[in-house]
Design a protein around this ligand. Structure first.
Ligand SMILES: Cc1cc2nc3c(=O)[nH]c(=O)nc-3n(C[C@H](O)[C@H](O)[C@H](O)COP(=O)(O)O)c2cc1C
Ligand SMILES: [Mn+2]
Length: 451
C-alpha cells in the first residue's frame, strides 16, 4: 500500500476531506488544515502555483491510523512496540527493487520550488518539508539509518536542516565532516505509515548499529522496499511519492528557521546544517505529504512510547491498567490509569514514568473508573481526588525536553498529580452510575428544526 492507496483506504472509510478550492501554500493551507486537526485527513487538490496535490494529517487521529494498520486503536501502541522489539530478535532486512515507482519521473533541472511545500505557521522562515524520511549510511560501517528531520527550502537546490544532539544522522555527519566529506542522504516524501514508524523508533530500540527499516518490514508484513539512487549511495524508498537525493555539506552552516514547532512555540533562527540537492525523482502524478506540527507529532511520538511506558511502569508497580499520551500534552504529559494495591504506589508509578521517558514534564495518575482519553473525566478526578497538600509532586532540577520553553535547554522541574483516591476507598469516592442501555433498541424520533 503506497501513500495514495492509504489515502484511498481512508476515503472509503469516510476519513478524508478533499479541499477543491485553490489554496495558497503560504499560510492559507495550514490555516485550513488547522481547522481539521485531530479529525479527517485533508487532501488539497489545487495548491496555488503547483500541479501536485498535497495531503496532511495522517497522524493526528488514532482512528485513521487504526484503519490503516487494520487494528483496534487501543492496540496501536502495542503493535508498534512489537515492531520495534522485532529489531532485537529477528529483523527483516529491506530489499532493493528495480523499476521503482518513485523513480518513474526524473526532474530535469533540480528545482525544489516546483514541489508544493507549504509555509505553515505565520512566522516560519519559509516552506518546510517536515515529515520526510531521511535515509543515510554510517560512513564507517555502512549501516543504514532512518529518521525524520525538518528541512527548510532555501534555494532551488538547497535546504536548511536540523539535527538534534544525539541523533544518529548527526553522528554519521560529524564523522564524515571530520574527513572533510559530505554525508549523502535520500529524503523520502509520501510513504506508507510503516516507514514513518521506523523513522521515529527511538535509539533505545534501534541503537546506532541497527537498521530501523526492520520495523517497517514487520509492519508491512514483507521486506521494506528500497531503490538504488541515481547520484548517491543511500537508497530511497521505492514506493515513495518523491525522493530527493542530496548531501549534507561539511563545514558549512547557514540560517535556518524560525519554525513553529511541536511544542506550540517557535524554534528560533540559527546557523544550521546545509543540504545540497543532486537529483529529484517522483512517481507519475505524486501526492505530496506534509504534517502540521502539533497533534500529529504528539500522537505519533505518543504511540511510539506508550507501550514501552506501560512495560516499564508495570515492572515497578502493580495495578497499572493503561497509559495514554494525551493529544494536548505535546508529548510532555502522560496519564496513567492505575488501581494501586497499597497507598503510595500511585506516586511510585508517577516516578517510574518520569524515569522511563525523560521528555515527560507532567504525569497524572487516576483510577480505573476514569476514562483516561476523556479530558473532562480526568479533570474531574483532578478536582475531586487530588489533595494539593499531599498529592502534587514537584521534582526540581531534572532533565526534560529542550524544545519545552519552560525548561532551560531541557533543564527544569517536573510535576506529578496523584488523582487516585486513598485506600480503603471511602464511599464518597464512588462515582454515580446509570443503567447501561443500547439506543438501537428504542424507537427515537429527532424532530428537525422548523425553518
Ligand atoms: C515529525 C517529526 C519531525 C522531526 N524533526 C526532527 C528534526 O528536525 N531534527 C531532529 O533532530 N529530530 C527530529 N525528529 C525526531 C527524530 O526523527 C527521531 O527522534 C528519530 O527517532 C531519530 O532517529 P535516530 O535514533 O536514528 O537518530 C522529528 C520527529 C518527528 C516525528
Ligand atoms: Mn537510528
Amino acid at each position: 500500500m503506497d501513500f495514495q492507496q492509504s489515502l484511498r483506504k481512508l476515503a472509503e472509510a469516510g476519513r478524508l476531506a478533499v479541499v477543491k478550492s485553490e489554496v495558497d501554500p503560504v499560510h492559507e493551507l495550514a490555516g485550513i488544515a488547522r481547522e481539521f486537526e485531530g479529525g479527517k485527513v485533508v487532501l488539497f487538490e489545487k495548491v496555488k502555483g503547483f500541479t501536485f496535490p498535497l495531503a496532511i494529517g495522517l497522524w493526528w487521529n488514532r482512528d485513521n491510523l487504526a484503519e490503516l494498520f487494520g487494528v483496534e486503536k487501543s492496540d496501536l501502541s502495542f503493535l508498534f512496540a512489537r515492531a520495534m522489539a522485532s529489531l532485537a530478535k529477528n529483523p527483516v532486512a529491506p530489499v532493493v527493487v528495480e523499476n521503482a515507482p518513485a523513480q518513474q519521473v526524473v526532474m530535469e533541472d533540480v528545482d525544489l520550488f516546483r514541489i508544493p511545500v507549504p509555509t505553515l505557521a505565520l512566522k516560519d522562515g519559509g516552506p518546510y518539508f517536515d515529515n520526510c524520511i531521511v535515509i543515510a549510511r554510517d560512513p564507517d560501517t555502512g549501516v543504514r539509518n532512518t529518521s525524520i528531520h525538518r528541512l527548510m527550502i532555501t534555494g532551488k537546490d538547497k535546504l536548511g536542516l536540523l539535527m538534534d544532539y544525539g541523533r544518529h544522522l548527526r553522528d554519521y555527519y560529524e564523522r564524515a565532516e571530520a574527513r572533510n566529506e559530505a554525508l549523502e542522504i535520500t529524503i523520502n516524501n509520501g510513504v506508507n505509515a510503516a516507514y514513518y514508524v521506523a523513522a521515529i523508533t527511538p535509539s533505545a530500540a534501534a541503537p546506532i548499529d541497527v537498521d530501523e527499516l526492520g520495523v517497517a518490514s514487520f509492519l508491512l508484513g514483507e521486506p521494506a522496499r528500497l531503490c538504488r539512487s541515481k547520484t548517491v549511495k543511500p537508497e530511497g524508498i521505492a514506493d515513495a511519492q518523491l525522493i530527493i537525493e542530496a548531501e549534507i555539506l561539511p563545514h558549512l552552516r547557514e540560517p535556518e528557521g524560525p519554525f513553529g514547532e511541536v511544542s506550540g512555540y517557535y524554534a528560533v533562527e540559527d546557523n544550521r546544517w546545509v543540504v545540497k540537492v543532486k537529483a529529484i525523482t517522483h512517481c507519475q502524478n505524486p501526492v505530496i505529504s506534509s504534517l502540521l506540527p502539533g497533534k500529529e507529532v504528539w500522537n505519533s511520538v505518543g504511540l511510539g512510547v506508550e507501550a514501552s511506558l506501560f512495560q516499564n511502569i508495570s515492572r515497578q508497580v502493580k495495578g497499572l491498567k493503561k497509559v495514554y499520551m494525551t493529544h494536548g500534552g505535546s508529548h510532555y504529559h502522560v496519564i496513567i490509569q492505575i488501581d494501586p494495591p497499597a497507598n503510595g504506589l500511585s506516586k511510585n508509578a508517577i516516578l517510574a514514568a518520569f524515569a522511563a521517558f525523560p521528555p515527560l514534564q507532567m504525569v497524572t495518575a487516576v483510577n480505573s473508573d476514569v476514562d483516561i482519553e476523556n479530558p473532562e473525566e480526568v479533570e474531574r478526578a483532578m478536582v475531586t481526588r487530588c489533595d494539593p497538600t499531599r498529592d502534587i509532586i514537584i521534582i526540581p532540577g531534572a532533565l526534560g525536553h529542550e524544545l519545552n520553553p519552560v525548561t532551560n535547554d531541557g533543564f527544569g522541574a517536573k510535576m506529578g498529580f496523584d488523582c487516585t483516591y486513598p485506600l480503603p476507598k471511602e464511599r464518597k469516592y464512588e462515582k454515580v452510575a446509570f443503567q447501561k442501555v443500547n439506543l438501537g433498541d428504542y424507537e427515537i424520533d429527532y424532530p428537525e428544526k422548523s425553518s
